[in-house]
Unconditional design. Structure first.
Length: 392
């Protein structure tokens, strides 16, 4: 689960097949042998040298529940303004908060479904979805309820995360610590009562929340039974040490993670989540993935799909570019968007073996490496989710 991977470690089956029954992988191996053993099976895909099946991908960090548009942020950014300067001028997260508050629950459901469908067509079947653009009781609940209802209408598996601690909203009359207390006292109990999320997140960074208040918040969330993750080290180092010390399930971003933190990841169970979409969107350095892996970290890769810093939302393109930049093996990149990303969510997914859910994606190619070689331009032809087939 942790550390470097060589391509030779991948178990690649040639001339192979998968037998599915009742939504589970019943058998896999030599196609000709499977034909003899399971002669009554219905053939769904032909065994040709131009098809490969991979575990469906897992995107363990997204913000695909939002309203509005941040193209103005983009135009300022490419003209030379920094992320923090744009936020200070009234853009950034606050702008999306305003637009998301305006949106109805039904509108948010439709937007989530549209974005989830785009992910499905790219082979991504498990999608973490954060709140965090409501930042008050009513609107955070509206977002989480929209995520829950959207999950009932899409073949994808949506995993909600409460991110009320994205930033302190401009209309909250109190300190950062008082705002976090408000979330714990007023919002979290309703989330728990309605079972809207079992995970919670906090943005630890200049302009968001500092390490001292984030530590108290994380401890209280864990006492209330939540898994905790953190946005850390996006612009300044230090937050990842807090995430590791507090036993967070993951620490995400990490563009400015230092050598000491890389070593700490290797000795912890906290998953390091790289978000190359944010690096591309902001024109900044990538997470030091090679250093993290060489220090025995568990590295996952996710899109950070959001309206501001990471609007692309294309996991394969981002992961392929990250792999080329950070010199990741294809095995490391593939692990980062399958079983290691699933581990960041503490779920079992991202592998194909007997007894697992039959969730895999089919590509029309004779070599799975082409998926990364073509940097997202090779699209899936079909995805199987618990025996149901979706063809694109």
């Amino acid at each position: 689960m942790k550390g470097p991977l060589k391509d030779e470690q991948l178990e690649v089956l040639s001339d192979a097949g998968i037998v599915v029954e009742n939504g589970k992988v019943l058998d896999l191996g030599s196609y000709s042998e499977l034909e003899n053993i399971h002669s009554d099976a219905t053939k769904k895909f032909n065994n040709t040298p131009e098809q490969v099946a991979l575990p469906s991908f897992v995107d363990c960090h997204t913000h695909i529940c939002w309203g509005g548009n941040r193209v103005n942020d983009y135009s300022m950014r490419v003209a030379g303004k920094t992320y923090l300067e744009i936020a200070a001028s009234g853009g950034g997260i606050s702008d999306t908060v305003t637009e998301t508050r305006k949106a109805s629950e039904d509108e948010l459901i439709e937007l989530i479904l549209k974005r989830a469908q785009q992910h499905l067509e790219r082979g991504i079947t498990t999608i973490e979805v954060k709140s965090g653009y409501g930042l008050n009781l009513d609107d955070e609940l509206k977002m989480l309820r929209a995520i829950k209802k959207a999950n009932e209408k899409t073949p994808a598996k949506l995993i909600p995360t409460f991110l009320g601690a994205h930033i302190k909203p401009k209309d909250f009359d109190g300190s950062h610590a008082e705002y976090l207390d408000y979330l714990l006292d007023k919002v979290v109990p309703v989330i728990a009562e309605e079972k809207l999320a079992a995970r919670a997140d906090i943005f630890v960074e200049e302009g968001a929340f500092d390490i001292d208040v984030a530590r108290i918040y994380a401890k209280n969330l864990k006492l209330k039974g939540f898994d905790v993750t953190m946005h850390v080290d996006q612009f300044h180092p230090g937050g990842s040490k807090l995430a590791i010390e507090e036993g967070c399930v993951s620490a995400d971003h990490l563009e400015f993670t230092d050598d000491e933190s890389c070593e700490l990841f290797g000795r912890s169970e906290t998953v390091a989540v790289a978000l190359p979409g944010a690096s591309l969107g902001l024109g900044m350095q990538f997470t030091p993935c090679r250093r993290l892996l060489d220090n025995n970290a568990c590295l996952a890769i996710a899109t950070d799909w959001n309206p501001g810093s990471a609007p692309m939302g294309d996991l394969i393109t981002q992961a392929s570019i990250l792999g080329a930049s950070e010199k990741l093996t294809i095995a490391e990149t593939l692990a980062g968007i399958t079983f290691r990303s699933a581990h960041a969510l503490r779920i079992e997914s991202g592998v194909i073996k007997k007894g697992t859910d039959a969730t895999f994606t089919v590509f029309e190619t004779n070599d799975f490496r082409n998926i990364f070689y073509q940097q997202g331009q090779l699209k899936p032809s079909a995805t199987v989710i618990n025996q149901e087939t979706f063809e694109f």
